[in-house]
Structure formats: structure tokens, C-alpha cells
Design a protein around this ligand. Structure first.
Ligand code: SAM
Length: 281
């Protein structure tokens, strides 16, 4: 064999300097696209998970986890819901740790693990703002938050008129009845304050130089487009994180509605933003 590695061999090896993940440089480059058109199948217990309107595809979470961690690393989801992140950890051979306010969602996660024969990770029942204080500093290698942006509250409508009622008709009224539920906050400024507090607490339990991802959807409200992803990113920056990027994830199955037709332009917002931050020193 020649002393020089072939270009093909070099591409399929993990760079010795890579301390972040177990990907080759080619896989790394593929991940770094700022827009994802990937459609994920409705699998891994979707029939059970869909009871919760905010559920995300476990394979999407596994893609993020595979990039931001190495085998055996520990991932935190302080609002773990029906378990997309934790299922993503099982798919990718990482360790997961959840916190969830509503036991109903954790029960569904447990059932999905059982049905799919996937490893089940611990979920602490309670308010993430309280439970995070009980955790040791610098425990986690990666954190993901998918907060409850309520589509059935005035401050978080993506719809321009009352047609939002049709969309939420088949979903539970809210994620829980608890006043500690971020989705039950009365206005957007209270929500922003909680996101700041949550991000500060996550910063304490996340290792230095590790990453934190926040899901967010922009919205059209009161006759105007609101770039909520930018306002959320500014809050997370205030908590001491560096904003490193934004992935636009196209939700291929999103339903279209005839907003504005035939008088004016109103967008159908068919993507979610995946905001990426680093816990830089
Ligand atoms: C959008 S859902 C997350 C969905 C999750 N990514 C999944 O795929 O299942 C938001 C979750 O945050 C939970 N939640 C809201 N406030 C919370 C709090 N203070 N502490 C912990 N969980 C909370 C809700 O019960 C809900 O399950």
C-alpha cells in the first residue's frame, strides 16, 4: 500500500482531531447544510406518540445527536414529551436523560420503548426549572429543548384567523394543566423570561464547549410576520451561549391553508427552525 492514503480512504475515516462526533469529514460536511428537506417516516411508535401534537421524529433527533455527540455521551432533554430525543439516543447508541412535567407523555414514551425493543432512559417527573437545580454541574454532552409553543393561545398563533381551531381540534387542549407548564403562560414575555431561566440552568449542567439546540417556529400574527426564532436566539445568547447557526427543517407533511386568498399574501409556515448554540467559555 502506498504511504499516501487514497483520497477515498481519507474520506471514510474519522479525523484524529475530531473531538465532537464519530463522523467522517464527508458526513460532517453533509450535516452542515443550513436547510434540511429530509422527510422522516411516521415510525417508531408514531401511532402512540402522535397523541402529543408536539412530537418530533426520533430519526431527526438521532441525526442531531449523531453530529453533536460521540458514542456513549449523555444527552439532556428537559422537556422530553413522548420521547423523540430519548428514542434518538437509543437509535444512535448514546445515553439519554429526560425531564417531563406530564406523566401521561412519559408513559407513552415507556410504551414505545417496550413495543420497539429500544433502550429506555430515565425521565425525571417534574418542572425542569426545579429539577435542573438538582443535577450536578457539567454532566451533559449535548442538550435539546423543544418548548411548547402553543398554537391554541393568542401569543403563539401561526394562523391568521380562527381557522387555528380546526387544527387543534384533535389535539389535547394543552400539554398539561400545570401552571409550571411553559405552554400555559399567559403572554409571550413570560415565556421569554422562562426560556432565559431554562437556558441559564442548562448552561450550568452542560459541559464547556458543548452544544445546545432549541426548536422554534416563526409565526404570522396580528397581520405581520414575526421571526420568533431570532427573538428566542437573542434570549439564549443572553444566557451566555454563542449562536452558531440555524437549520431550516422543512416539514413536508405540513397542511396548507388558504390564508389571505384572494386578497393578500399570508405565508403558510411549513418549516421549523433548529437553533444551534455553543457553551463557549
Ligand atoms: C413540544 S413538547 C416536546 C415534544 C418532544 N420533543 C417529543 O417529541 O415528544 C413540549 C413538552 O414540554 C413539557 N413541559 C412544559 N413545561 C414544562 C416544564 N416546566 N418542565 C418540564 N416539562 C415541561 C410539556 O409537557 C411537553 O411535553
Amino acid at each position: 500500500m502506498s504511504k499516501q492514503k487514497s483520497a477515498l480512504q481519507a474520506k471514510s475515516e474519522i479525523d484524529k482531531r475530531n473531538t465532537l462526533n464519530d463522523l467522517t469529514n464527508t458526513q460532517w460536511m453533509f450535516f452542515s447544510r443550513s436547510a434540511w428537506l429530509t422527510t422522516y417516516p411516521n415510525d417508531i411508535g408514531f401511532e402512540m406518540r402522535k397523541r402529543q401534537g408536539g412530537n418530533k421524529p426520533p430519526r431527526l433527533m438521532a441525526d442531531l445527536i449523531n453530529f453533536f455527540t460521540k458514542q456513549g455521551d449523555i444527552v439532556l432533554d428537559p422537556m422530553s414529551g413522548v420521547g423523540a430525543t430519548l428514542l434518538g439516543c437509543a437509535l444512535s447508541g448514546r445515553n439519554g436523560n429526560g425531564i417531563e412535567l406530564n406523566q401521561e407523555w412519559t408513559d407513552i414514551y415507556h410504551k414505545v420503548c417496550e413495543k420497539e425493543g429500544l433502550r429506555r432512559f430515565p425521565v425525571t417527573a417534574g418542572d425542569c426549572l426545579e429539577e435542573l437545580d438538582q443535577m450536578k454541574p457539567s454532566m451533559f454532552d449535548f442538550a435539546v429543548v423543544d418548548p411548547p409553543y402553543r398554537e391554541d393561545t393568542k401569543w403563539d398563533r401561526t394562523m391568521c384567523d380562527d381557522t387555528h381551531a380546526a387544527r387543534v381540534a384533535n389535539l389535547p387542549e394543552q400539554y398539561s394543566n400545570s401552571e409550571k407548564d411553559f405552554g400555559n403562560l399567559k403572554n409571550y414575555s413570560d415565556f421569554q423570561a422562562k426560556i432565559l431561566l431554562l437556558s441559564q440552568k442548562i448552561k450550568r449542567v452542560l459541559k464547556q464547549e458543548k452544544y445546545y439546540v432549541v426548536f422554534c417556529k416563526d409565526e404570522y400574527q396580528g397581520g405581520e410576520f414575526r421571526e420568533k426564532s431570532s427573538s428566542i436566539a437573542e434570549i439564549v445568547r443572553r444566557a451566555g451561549f454563542q449562536w452558531k447557526g440555524k437549520i431550516t427543517w422543512y416539514q413536508a407533511g405540513a397542511k396548507l391553508r388558504p390564508y389571505g386568498i384572494p386578497y393578500s399574501y399570508v405565508p403558510n409556515i411549513t418549516d421549523q427552525k433548529i437553533l444551534i448554540f455553543k457553551n463557549s467559555s
